[in-house]
Write a protein of this length. Structure first.
Length: 379
């Protein structure tokens, strides 16, 4: 979109601009170009993000002239909800249709006193982490800012009826769904800003978390654009193993990744730290020597460690670690002085657990075809 927002808007139906992903500043600029006062952006944002209205004619505190103009040139359009699945543990998963036609997945995890929404940032994923089912789907396209924030809007609206006694069912948002957020940087940041904006969804910067597999240039750009929380998908205590599990490590090895995270941590203030995600896989990275090596690696890196028992999926080639191995790994890190949690597996019966999100991707990378051949035993 160019600097002249009004010029970008067309009366043609096919080129209407979606206001859902616009910031207050962008809306203010648009309104000025339309001859309106920029403060009206606050009114429009409240109608969109607080009252969930899609019909401009119902926005009664803006002029009829502006409402009619918006009808001609703009729209408020979310992804289409195709299906909702509810786990026996209360976890909810939605399949939503992106503009590309492919399906993405969004997951809500209810807990006592909090509700975490896991949103997608891409249709599929460019990265090919060996233990992630999303990566096996290949990649189709980036989601727009409207499609990313639209997931939050949809779920907030649905859950207002499911949990009428809660002011806000969604207290935390994590960009840990399908895709690598840093490879869709501009759209991701625009959506994150709306999540934290009081005229958007008013979620604390401590409770909006961007997760990356280690795209270092993206982390460096974060320093200039946001102070949202950051999580890194580490999954290995050394480069040799991480090269196998997380191939982007060959481009940005662990030392480079931790250096970038250290710089970003300065942006967070004294009481906030980076979260290190570590998926435990049976006899791959869950052994005592791995815990010892991880302790040494992170001893001068203030962080929280989130251990994630691997969630199996067909054709993964990996197994879930035993509960004994998980406990031993956690205890060793505790003894070394780390703040460690073990993520409880939720929504496994609807394939909504960490690493299981696949959607339905019209793959442009032919990766799906490759993994089908491998699974069939073909050469």
């Amino acid at each position: 979109m160019s600097d002249n927002l009004a010029k970008d808007l067309s009366v043609k139906e096919s080129t209407k601009v979606n206001l859902l992903g616009l910031s207050q500043q962008q809306l203010g600029t648009l309104l000025e170009e339309l001859g309106e006062k920029p403060y009206r952006a606050q009114q429009v944002m409240k109608w969109i993000h607080h009252r969930y209205l899609d019909n401009f004619q119902e926005m009664t505190d803006i002029s009829k002239k502006l409402r009619d103009k918006f009808d001609e040139m703009a729209e408020i359009r979310e992804p289409e909800v195709v299906k909702e699945l509810i786990s026996k543990d209360g976890t909810r998963k939605w399949l939503m249709r992106s503009e590309s036609g492919s399906l993405i997945e969004t997951v809500f995890i209810p807990e006592d006193g909090r509700g975490t929404l896991c949103v997608s940032s891409q249709v599929g994923c460019v990265l090919d982490c060996s233990f992630c089912s999303t990566g096996k789907q290949g990649f189709n396209s980036n989601l727009t800012a409207s499609e990313i924030i639209g997931q939050v809007r949809i779920v907030r609206r649905i859950l207002a009826d499911v949990y009428p006694d809660r002011k806000r069912a969604v207290t935390n948002v994590v960009l840990m769904g399908m895709g690598e957020p840093m490879l869709n940087f501009d759209n991701m940041i625009a959506a994150v800003s709306l999540m934290m904006d009081d005229l958007g969804y008013g979620i604390s910067k401590r409770k909006v978390t961007i997760s990356t597999a280690g795209v270092v240039p993206g982390i460096n750009k974060l320093i200039e654009t946001t102070d949202a929380s950051l999580a890194i998908s580490l999954h290995a205590p050394n480069d040799e193993l991480r090269n196998t599990l997380v191939p982007i490590n060959k481009k940005y090895p662990i030392a480079v990744l931790l250096e970038a995270c250290t710089r970003y941590a300065v942006n967070l203030g004294d009481k906030r730290t980076i979260t290190v995600e570590y998926t435990l896989m049976h006899k791959i990275n869950d052994q005592p020597e791995h815990a010892a090596e991880l302790s040494t690696l992170l001893k001068n890196f203030p962080c929280k460690i989130n251990l994630i028992p691997f969630n199996p999926f067909e054709g993964s080639g990996y197994k879930r670690p035993s509960s004994v191995a998980v406990t031993a790994f956690r205890d060793r890190l505790h003894r070394a002085g780390f703040n460690v949690t073990v993520r409880t597996t939720r929504g496994e019966d609807i394939n909504a657990a960490c690493g299981q999100l696949v959607g339905k991707v019209e793959d442009k990378t032919r990766r799906q075809e490759k993994y089908r051949l491998i699974a069939s035993g073909a050469n």
